[in-house]
Design a protein around this ligand. Structure first.
Ligand SMILES: NC(=O)c1ccc[n+]([C@@H]2O[C@H](COP(=O)([O-])OP(=O)(O)OC[C@H]3O[C@@H](n4cnc5c(N)ncnc54)[C@H](O)[C@@H]3O)[C@@H](O)[C@H]2O)c1
Ligand SMILES: O=P(O)(O)OC[C@H](O)CO
Length: 339
């Protein structure tokens, strides 16, 4: 089976490596030709996944037509703000016999408030039934080092989920399946907002009590919004939910947590982003989540404070004071007490 991985950042490179190591025919598409050439020459992605040797069999190109020629599965791993543009470049070159397209991107489109699978369905309607989503606690570097990892694949059709499970599953990369596409996508995107919050708390010098509180109340927020948007609430207790939330709120490898850490220590967002080569999806997702919450009239207090810090110049310490001075309330909302 031939597979195209679109996006040669850290996650695209790690997933392409995993699939190529399984003996599959894999082409990695990089947006920039100089990056594609460097990967080919060095057999390593020096910018986004340094120090990881890539298999000789892995093909790399910056030409979309070459990447998509004869493929049966497409893996989309560009940042969320580039997904629509990438699909527009790709759509006329997608082979008729494509069996599945899977999004490994974690984000929500800021302007439209759409999830990644919705963007795919909108740009390439013919693929709607064959869309899957790969998510869960998985730092690219650790996957590239073959550290035992568990993720989940969501698809509306069981045959698509099954195909993708078989495709990605390895002895160190365990793939579960679910049909809750909405829940898996929202969980994967919204955990990045909480990772920024957890980083801010750490940057301000708070301790593990604070982190645990943010993870737990963050999960309550994610679940609250997810429920209103049609997700299965149980998804948020799974790999794409709690699993990824814990990973990103505690893991030193998280770019989103790093952004928060530096904000909490007093750096400006502009300076932090200017110094980063990689994407921290949570910065954009905070704006999308804030807008979604307003549109749905859902209360997301942590997200709201992260939004005010990122986009309204609120001092992190002031945001914490405001968060803590909110009215005391019951832990469970009334609709969950009966569940
Ligand atoms: N890195 C991880 O550990 C990891 C794990 C799981 C999921 N993800 C998700 O995967 C997605 C990609 O992240 P990453 O970590 O691979 O990114 P990265 O920061 O390592 O690299 C970004 C890549 O996207 C390219 N890019 C930037 N803007 C683009 C655009 N407008 N159109 C097309 N390409 C563009 C860059 O050239 C680069 O190749 C994100 O949604 C991220 O949340 C990442
Ligand atoms: O480094 P982050 O914060 O983008 O997180 C990467 C992955 O989403 C972890 O599952």
């Amino acid at each position: 089976m031939k597979i195209a991985v679109l996006g040669a950042g850290s996650w695209g490179t790690a997933l392409a490596r995993l699939l190529a190591r399984k003996g599959l025919s894999v082409v990695l598409w990089a947006r920039r030709d100089n990056l594609a050439q460097e990967i080919i020459i060095r057999r390593e992605n020096p910018v986004y996944l340094p120090g990881i040797r890539l298999p000789e069999t892995l093909k790399v190109t910056a030409h979309m037509d070459q990447a998509l020629s004869g493929v049966e599965v497409i893996v989309l791993v560009v940042p969320s703000h580039g997904l629509r543009e990438t699909l527009r470049i790709a759509r006329d070159m997608i082979p008729k016999g494509l069996r599945a397209v899977v999004s490994a991107t974690k984000g929500i489109e800021t302007e439209t408030l759409k999830r990644m699978s919705q963007v795919i369905e909108e740009e390439v309607p013919d693929l709607a039934a064959r869309v899957g989503v790969l998510s869960g606690p998985s730092f690219a570097t650790e996957v590239a080092q073959e550290v035992p990892t568990a993720v989940t694949v969501a698809a509306h059709l069981p045959e698509v989920a099954g195909l993708l499970q078989e495709l990605f599953h390895t002895p160190f990369f365990r793939v579960y399946t679910t049909n809750d596409v909405v829940g898996v996508e929202l969980a994967g995107a919204l955990k990045n907002v909480m990772a920024i919050a957890a980083g801010i708390a750490e940057g301000l010098g708070f301790g593990t009590n604070t982190r645990a509180a943010l993870i737990t109340r963050g999960l309550a927020e994610i679940s609250r919004l997810g429920l209103v948007l049609g997700a299965n609430p149980l998804t948020f207790a799974g790999l794409a939910g709690l699993g990824d939330l814990v990973l990103t709120c505690t893991g030193t490898l998280s770019r989103n947590r790093q952004v928060g850490l530096r904000l909490g220590r007093g750096e400006s967002l502009e300076a932090i982003l200017a110094s980063m080569k990689m994407v921290a999806e949570g910065v954009r997702t905070t704006k999308a989540a804030y807008r979604l919450a307003k549109a749905q009239a859902v209360e997301l207090p942590i997200t709201e404070k992260v939004y005010e810090i990122l986009y309204q110049g609120k001092a992190p310490a002031q945001a914490v004071r405001e968060l803590l001075s909110r009215e005391p309330k019951p832990e469970m909302p009334h609709y969950m007490e009966t569940m």
